[in-house]
Design a protein around this ligand. Structure first.
Ligand code: SF4
Ligand code: SF4
Length: 393
């Protein structure tokens, strides 16, 4: 059978854009000055630095995914990029992973030294190759991990992609948009560059709006209230584009009679470092939330999208529908550890059904792993009324 000729590749051909980097350098912003936010240096030997970082950052899971692939191609069936462009081999997970795998093989693996032609071992020839790698790892993979579930060898392509992103971020070889969001999160503590004043004024505004609704005259959006059961943290996008989510959450807390608060510092629940591969940024932002929890002595944390799935018309507790534990989605990865991409977990005293995808189980019979985000403090009193709601949003 005649082999079908591959069409043009869907890999974006985007040069390294440096407008924002140049402005950041010119402005001498703190994160650049202090070396936290990295800029591209065209005079540096970036290929050498890239290879050094590969050696420095290699871990056992990364190495396992580097050597584990048998090139069976099964993962292509699960990748939405490959499914969207079925005739384009460069969209398959194995192709994307191979672009970093071949460097690993040349640089660190014995196969690349003995049979380099067989394993296609190759190091980048110059910065152009690194820019192409940038376009692959940032532009053709959403790190959804569907391919990992389809791989008989347990290869985790998303881990390789994120790992490579982190190395390129260290070299300043990132898309312009990634650079600006990294910059904003380093500089302001939130990924949308929302000022403290805008944040606090928006909370006030939402509280005022909420109190105009029937039965909500006593509702508040508390800030920095100590010793609450719940610390509510949000996506900064909410402040910028649709703060009504905050009013909706406040309504649920008010109807449930919960003790809750928001924080004036450490309120961004998103971790752009997770996306860009910048572990230090991820640690800084997640750390700020934990610091807020410590400072306020909050018992549990609630990321935003968990509450947004609860109908704003939830009945007050005590009715025929008793408090329930609701879980949404698989719990295979809900080990109880809170990381930015793990399922959102909340606990609230509401007696309401949630989204149609949710399965409702009685309070006290949570599925394994459906644990609230705990800051290591005693759970709220009256556990009989306390339900846990788990969402993979
Ligand atoms: S399914 Fe796994 S082993 Fe097969 S090509 Fe994809 S990553 Fe490699
Ligand atoms: S992790 Fe990346 S390569 Fe794998 S299925 Fe998702 S988008 Fe495709």
């Amino acid at each position: 059978m005649k082999r079908k000729k591959a069409g043009p590749s869907g890999i974006p051909d985007i040069p390294l854009q440096r407008t924002s980097q140049a402005k950041a350098a010119e402005a001498g912003i703190a994160s650049v000055r202090e070396g936290r936010l990295k800029l591209y240096d065209e005079r540096a030997d970036n290929v050498r630095r890239f290879l050094d970082l590969i050696k420095e950052r290699i871990t056992r899971p990364v190495a396992a995914s580097m050597v584990g692939c048998v090139h069976c191609g099964l993962c292509a069936r699960s990748c939405h990029y490959a499914l969207t462009r079925p005739d384009d081999p460069t969209m398959t997970p194995v192709y994307k992973a191979d672009q970093i795998r071949r460097v690993f093989k040349k640089h660190l693996d014995w196969t690349g030294r003995i049979v380099p032609w067989w394993v296609h071992a190759r190091v980048p020839a110059g910065d152009e190759d690194l820019v192409r790698l940038k376009n692959i790892v940032f532009g053709t993979c959403s790190m959804c991990r569907r391919c990992s579930f389809n791989c008989p060898m347990g290869v985790d392509t998303a881990v390789l992609i994120r790992w490579t992103r982190g190395i390129l971020t260290e070299l300043g070889i990132v898309p312009e948009g990634v650079f600006t969001v990294n910059r904003d999160q380093w500089e302001t503590g939130n990924q949308m560059g929302v000022s403290d004043r805008d944040y606090l004024e928006t909370l006030d505004w939402m509280a005022d709006e909420l109190r105009t609704e029937p039965g909500m005259s006593g509702a508040v959006v508390p800030v920095d209230r100590p010793d609450c059961d719940f610390l509510y943290v949000i996506n900064p996008r909410v402040i910028k584009f649709d703060p009504r989510s905050i009013a909706h959450a406040a309504k649920v807390f008010h109807a449930a009679g919960e003790s809750w608060t928001m924080a004036s510092l450490g309120w961004d629940m998103t971790s752009f470092g997770l996306f860009s591969g910048d572990d230090r940024l991820g640690a800084r932002i997640a750390g700020a939330v934990y610091e807020a929890a410590d400072r306020l002595r909050a018992r549990r944390g609630i990321p935003i999208r968990s509450l947004s799935t609860i109908p704003a018309t939830s009945p007050a507790p005590g009715g025929s529908s008793a408090s329930r534990a609701a879980s949404c989605g698989p719990s295979a990865r809900t080990s109880g550890r809170w990381s930015p991409t793990e399922p959102r977990i909340i606990a609230a005293r509401v007696g309401a059904d949630c989204c149609p995808r949710r399965s409702i189980v009685p309070s006290g019979s949570r599925s394994p792993g459906s644990r609230p985000i705990s800051f290591g403090r005693p759970a709220p009193s009256s556990p009989a009324r306390c339900a846990t709601i788990v969402s993979t949003a």
